[in-house]
Every structure is written in C-alpha cells, then in structure tokens.
Design a protein around this ligand. Structure first.
Ligand code: MG
Length: 366
C-alpha cells in the first residue's frame, strides 16, 4: 500500500511458446492446418503471478519479449488501463491488427488474472458476474473430416448435452449440402450452426443459406468475407427466418466492431479476447454490443472466455472449439468442462482459475 493506494510494481514478464499438433489434419472453408501455437505469458508482481495467452504465431512472443515486456517491468500492475495505453502507443508504427493486438491481448489478460489473484477473487467476480454460467456450443466439424467423424463429433456433443453445435462449410458448396444434412441427422434436437470462414461468393452464400434452412441451420457465420460488410448486410437482409448472420472473430480493435455494427452487417457479434485486446478489449466490445443491442458470442479459447461471457451482459453463448478444448485441458489445470450444456467459471479459484501443467507443457515447447 502507498498512502492507502495499493501498488504492485511488475517484477517480471515471461513468455513461452507451445506448438501442439492437431489430432488429425484440419481444414475449414479457407485454411488448412495441422498444429496450433499458444503464446503464453506470465506476469509477476507482489508475490503473485498472472497468466494470459493467445493463439498466435511465435512472432508474437518475440514482440512481447523484445518490446512490450520492457514497457511493463517496474510499472504498477494495478493500473491496467495505463499499461494498456502504454502498449497500444508503443505499437503505433507496427500496425494494430494481428500480431501486435494478440501480444497485447495475452499481456492484458495476464494483468487481469494477476489483479484478481492479488485481490483473492475469481476474475468473473472482479468483473461482476451477469450470470452463473454460459451456454457452450460445440465447434469443430472440419471440412477435412469424413462424414463418419463429422457425425461422431457433432452427435457426441449433442449426446453429452450441448444444445448447439457448429461445423465448417465452404470448401465445396455441393458437398456442404450433404455434410450439413448428415450433421442434422446426427444431432437430434440440438441447434445446428455453420461457419464458412468467408469462403462463399455473395451469390453462393445466398443460395447456400436457402439450402441450409431446409436443415434448420440457425447460425451462418462469415458466409462471405467479413471484410465485405455490404455482402454480410445483403445476406442479413435476405436470410431465411431464424438464421442469424454472425462475424467478428477478426476484430483486433474496438473500431472494427463499431464499423461492423454500424454497417448492420450481423445479427450477432463475435469477439475473441485473445485477439481484440484481452479482457479490457473484450469487455469494451461487450459494452459496444450493449450499445447496439446486439447479442455477443465469444470466439475460441473457452477456458478464458468462460469468465468473460459470464460477466458480459449481452453474451449469449461461448464457442467450445475442439482444438482449444483439447489444448487447454492438456496444458491447464482448471480448464472447464460443460455441465448441462453450459460452462461454469470456477469461482473458488482466484483469477482465471488456470494453472499451467509445467511438465505436460514441456514437450510442446517451441
Ligand atoms: Mg469462425
């Protein structure tokens, strides 16, 4: 304490990179991959350690180590907004979207985790809970999967009690119709979401939306490129009833979300705290969603978003993404598992409630 005001100079910032192979080759409408890289940061102050992470290229770790960490060490850990301003100023000439925002996201998240630990409360309680838990929708159904694996994965989630599941489309519009039909048949009463990752032309997307409606698809994510706000708006204006147009995962700053919302491009906005500026950036996006009366859904990283979506007033669900579920349960003690189709933040553990499994993580160190 300093005259009643708490102070906690940051003693150290550590960054680690882990690359984890996928359990099978994976693809969506526009990308193929066989591994996922997590950039993990830990920030020490006042005898406590905050943890944050992003899914990003290892170049993100270089930026943290060589530039952003130097801005943090010795500064006050409590003053998160001051640290955020320092970091966003420092990357002015490097460009805000992409690597820079992912680096800031990991560090900001670690600062929030640290602050909650210094106070001895769960992050959701530091933010102020809006609800006890959040609906988790299963997400996977990669275009690289056989029909059998697609049915097994999506049907498995539905049998475990998840009330909605999402699959990838967009690699082959014709095959998509068959794949969506197979998924629909495998999931009983669960809601079916699809994600094209921007693969369709506007014309294809209009046509596919009509076909998907026959299988009661409720959520059409990035039917066209999320940079085509006019195209998204066109889809939104003509979509079949009951089908939401969604996008937002490439939002690296608040201005991106504002542009998307002002364009009337979506029925629900997606935000990813590992990209959009950490806990600070996510809660800013949540406030913006509130200002537009827009449902908010989190993208990927469920172990991080469970706290944020339990606090954000407009949050409707969280993406329980296959790759990240697997990685977070491998690398972290405390990664949440769904109960009755929902994820519950563990409010008995301070901060995010996540602890790195050092020994298990070693073999994936890049
Ligand atoms: Mg997506």
């Amino acid at each position: 304490m300093d005259g009643g005001r708490p102070t906690a100079p940051i003693a150290a910032v550590a960054v680690d990179v882990f690359t984890i192979p996928t359990d099978a080759p994976e693809s969506d409408g526009t990308l193929e991959w066989d591994s996922t890289t997590m950039v993990l940061v830990r920030i020490d102050a006042a005898g406590r350690r905050g943890l944050g992470y992003t899914y990003a290229d290892s170049a993100t770790a270089t930026l943290i180590r060589d530039k952003l960490a130097l801005l943090l060490v010795g500064r006050d850990a409590w003053s998160i907004n001051a640290r955020w301003i320092d970091m966003t100023r420092a990357i002015r000439n490097l460009g805000r979207p992409g690597i820079c925002s992912m680096a800031i996201s990991a560090l900001d998240t670690a600062l929030w985790d640290l602050k909650a630990k210094l106070l001895g409360v769960a992050l959701v309680d530091l933010l102020g809970a809006a609800r006890e838990s959040i609906v988790a929708y299963g997400s996977g159904g990669f275009t690289s999967y056989s029909l059998e694996r697609l049915r097994d994965q999506l049907g498995g989630w539905a049998r475990e009690g998840l009330t909605a599941v999402k699959m990838k489309v967009g690699r082959d519009p014709h095959a998509d119709i068959q794949r969506v039909g197979a998924a629909r048949a495998a999931i009983g009463d669960a809601k079916l979401f699809v994600d094209a990752n921007g693969a369709y032309t506007r014309e294809q997307a209009l046509e596919q939306a009509e076909r998907f409606a026959e299988d009661d698809v409720r959520w059409l994510e990035e039917p066209v490129s999320s940079d085509d706000l006019e195209g998204l708006r066109l889809l939104r204006d003509t979509r079949p009833a009951g089908m939401a147009i969604a996008a937002g995962e490439y939002g690296y700053d608040l201005f991106y979300f504002r542009r998307m919302l002002e364009a009337g491009a979506v029925d629900a906005i997606q935000a990813d705290a590992t990209r959009c500026g950490g806990v600070t950036g996510f809660m800013d996006a949540a406030a913006l969603a509130d200002a537009f009366g827009m449902p908010l859904s989190s993208h990927c990283a469920p172990a991080l978003h469970v706290a944020l979506c339990s606090a954000a007033r407009r949050a409707v669900h969280l993406e329980y993404f296959h790759d990240h579920v697997r990685i977070e349960s491998m690398l972290f003690d405390g990664a949440p598992r769904p109960r009755d189709g929902r994820l519950y933040p563990d409010r008995s553990r301070p901060g995010l409630g996540l602890e790195l499994r050092e020994k298990d993580a070693q073999r994936y160190r890049a």
